[in-house]
Design a protein around this ligand. Structure first.
Ligand SMILES: N[C@@H](CCC(=O)N[C@@H](CS)C(=O)NCC(=O)O)C(=O)O
Length: 252
């Protein structure tokens, strides 16, 4: 079965991380296939009816969108459930998962707003693909331009996204009452925690994650100060704590 379970992904996508985390948490083995940005749509559109990654193949089924994947997995593989049995708590998890999914867009835009154009970003993005160096060289400007256009990486939307991204950090802090040890709902990890921690992962770049590639010495002082401020607040500590304590990895 595991040979037929495949996560189609981009290596640095935080939505793909959300799906990987859920599978890992459930102890479900899977393989990874990295699709090329842009060309991926030929696959995702025809096979899963979506434009985006992740797409999960589970045997004969192909499911697109990390939220649909999440509920598919909870339905068919309820072991190590990430949804509370209590219906009020379950409803809270469902709502939070949706909210953090929306904040994920703003995290991505703000981060790209600070980092797009730096060679480290493209190295992290394209490094895992087995492509000749000359092809990578051709792809870099094409992908950078595509990312800027697709995700609207321009000063005004980036500034607006910073505000929304900080709303999400405040939401985490309200839920955990300032205590990074607590979970968003109840006493254990749920889908809400996985959504929030993975979609804010690029901002905190926990050690060992695909976003842990920047050397702070190469960043402008203002960006470093901002990143430190996010890291030092309870929501930043919470994301790091979730990675440290709850991000177990299953062999792929
Ligand atoms: N709602 C989707 C969002 C996924 C998403 O935005 N994926 C990005 C990568 S982080 C993507 O595939 N972008 C390429 C595209 O839009 O063509 C989900 O939860 O899976």
């Amino acid at each position: 079965m595991s040979e037929q379970r495949v996560v189609y992904q981009f290596p640095i996508s935080h939505y793909c991380e959300k799906t990987r985390w859920q599978l890992d948490h459930k102890g479900m083995p899977y393989q990874i296939r990295n699709l090329l940005p842009g060309a991926h749509r030929l696959f995702t559109r025809t096979r899963a009816g979506v434009n985006t990654l992740p797409v999960l193949r589970d045997g004969k089924r192909l499911i697109g969108d990390s939220t649909r994947i999440a509920y598919y997995l909870e339905k068919y593989y309820p072991q190590v459930s990430l949804l509370p049995a209590d219906s009020a708590a379950r409803q809270q998890v469902i709502e939070l998962e949706q909210q953090f999914d929306r904040y994920g867009v703003h995290v991505r835009r703000w981060i790209y707003g600070q980092l797009l154009g730096r060679p480290e970003v493209m190295r992290a993005m394209l490094g895992p693909y087995r492509l000749p160096g000359v092809v990578k060289k051709i792809l870099v400007p094409v992908i950078e331009q595509g990312v800027a256009q697709l995700y609207r990486i321009r000063p005004e939307p980036v500034a607006q996204s910073q505000v929304r991204m900080e709303e999400g950090l405040a939401l985490i802090e309200a839920r955990i009452q300032g205590d990074p040890e607590r979970y968003l709902v109840g006493e254990q990890l749920t889908l809400a925690d996985i959504a929030a921690a993975s979609l804010y992962g690029p901002l905190l770049a926990p050690a060992g994650t695909p976003w842990d590639f920047m050397d702070e010495n190469d960043l402008p002082a203002g960006v470093v100060a901002q990143l430190h401020a996010y890291r030092d607040r309870p929501a930043g500590q919470w994301v790091l704590r979730r990675y440290e304590k709850d991000r177990r990895v299953t062999a792929a």
